[in-house]
Ligand binder design. Sequence first.
Ligand code: TZP
Ligand code: MG
Length: 208
Amino acid sequence: MGSPNAEKPLSVLEDALKGGITCFQLREKGKRALVGMEKRAFAVSCQRLCAQYGVPFIVNDDVDLAVEIDADGVHVGQDDMEARFVRKRIGSEKIVGVSVHTVDEANKAIADGADYVGMGPVYPTITKADAKPVAGTAMIEEVAAVYPDLPIVGIGGITAENAEPVFRAGASGISVISAIASSTDPELAARRLAEVSLKWSRDRGVLR
Ligand code: TZP
Ligand code: MG
């Protein structure tokens, strides 16, 4: 990807943790993605780092891996295992996240036992090859209006500078890849994002 950090993902993760990220999702995808035992070993390394910082470690798509290594949760999209089966598989104590793009998909995610939904891409992104069309914040607003207590996490092209509309629309969190992973200073990038998130959590009365 031409990122200055492409060859050192664990050190980027550690920097992000130091900077104050509050959740980590392992997305091992793409042409050079690790598989099998290598993927498992990398996942466990990420999991251990997250544990040192008390940050939940969530696995994208790979329910078997999540169960095998006792991850904190699983995130699935609309083309992956249905969330109700994920919930059955990983149990009631774990975190289930689902990517949704409409109120209908949010209805199903909630009925299936999702703890949070991811919504996007809010802004243009080149990180996800098969991303849906840019959605802006309108659908976040719609879903938040129907489900004011549902944790909605915005995704796609989000930075500390453009995050505000995402929170204004009703998201309670933001998730990023390039804003941290492609930064020349991932810790600082994470710190800035965490500060924006904290500000909005305080404004909402979620935190004091
Ligand atoms: N889902 C929708 S956009 C996206 C995913 C996983 C990629 C987000 O990456 P970035 O680099 O923060 O735009
Ligand atoms: Mg997926």
